[in-house]
Design a protein around this ligand. Structure first.
Ligand code: ZN
Ligand code: FE
Length: 264
């Protein structure tokens, strides 16, 4: 297992409109790599060929096609080991993982702990280790996934689990949604100076064609309305929109999630 003092080497492979397939390089041999959520095989194959890398492992967070659509082709071509959620149906045989399990990427000399994070999908998992979190479509920078299969209770608990990780933890999300999410975050909390500051930084990154990711848990706790359901200003804003008192953090979370669903 790699020493924690060395930062995990992670780079984005862009796919579709706004997906990121995260490429993780091995701790022992940087040519031995893993990818997270390869929705499309093509861009991964190009990256492997361009850099002389060998795909040894695939990590899947949930069953949506934009995250697993490339898995079968990549496995057929490389024989990579595939890890995925125990409670979801994936296109190929996988090592089935659930909360508390560990994903051992032996060829990379890396190991991740698995978190159960239902909400976006019922069996969604996340991978945490080496100062990094691969959270799929559960947490986005300044936002969170839509509740396709889960309840607000489940999603809030999943986000709370992330909020409990160390603040420097680097957050690798499945999509580049940051600027759109920040417009919503501003609508919820216009007086939050950290959001204003982040809008400036994220806009500059996007203007130069760079990803806004990874984020960090510390930053998300300051700017992400869905991690801030317990803050008074977020609660007041949600109550203003609902036109009634929202007595619990789950009620506040549910209100801002449904607000975001129709926000333009
Ligand atoms: Zn998804
Ligand atoms: Fe997605």
């Amino acid at each position: 297992i790699a020493a924690n003092s060395r930062m995990l080497d992670v780079t984005p492979i862009a796919a579709f409109q706004d997906n990121y397939i995260w490429l993780i390089r091995g701790a022992r041999d940087p040519r031995a790599v893993a990818v997270v959520d390869p929705g499309d095989a093509g861009p991964v194959q190009s990256a492997l060929a361009a850099n002389g890398m060998k795909l040894c492992a695939i990590l899947a967070t949930h069953h949506h096609a934009d995250h697993v659509g490339g898995v079968a082709a990549l496995v057929a071509e490389t024989g990579a080991a595939v890890f995925g959620p125990a409670r979801e149906r994936l296109p190929v045989e996988v090592t089935r993982l659930a909360g508390g399990d560990r994903a051992r990427l032996d060829a990379l000399g890396l190991e991740f702990e698995v978190l159960d994070v239902p909400g976006h999908t019922a069996g969604h998992i996340a991978y945490h280790g080496h100062g990094a979190l691969f959270c799929g479509d559960t947490l986005f920078s300044a936002g969170c996934g839509r509740l396709f299969e889960g309840t607000p209770e489940q999603m809030l608990a999943s986000l709370d689990a992330f909020a409990g990780l160390p603040e420097p933890t680097r957050v690798f999300c499945g999509h580049e949604y940051t600027l759109a999410n920040l417009r919503f975050a501003m609508a919820v909390e216009s007086g939050n100076a950290d959001i204003v500051d982040y809008v400036r930084k994220a806009s500059a990154l996007r203007a130069s064609g760079r990803p806004t990711l990874p984020s960090t848990i510390g930053l998300e706790k300051r700017v992400n309305p869905f991690l801030r359901s317990r803050h008074e200003n977020v609660k007041l804003s949600a109550e203003r929109r609902a036109g009634r008192v929202l007595p619990t953090p789950v009620a506040v979370f549910a209100e801002i999630r449904s607000w975001k669903d129709t926000f333009r």
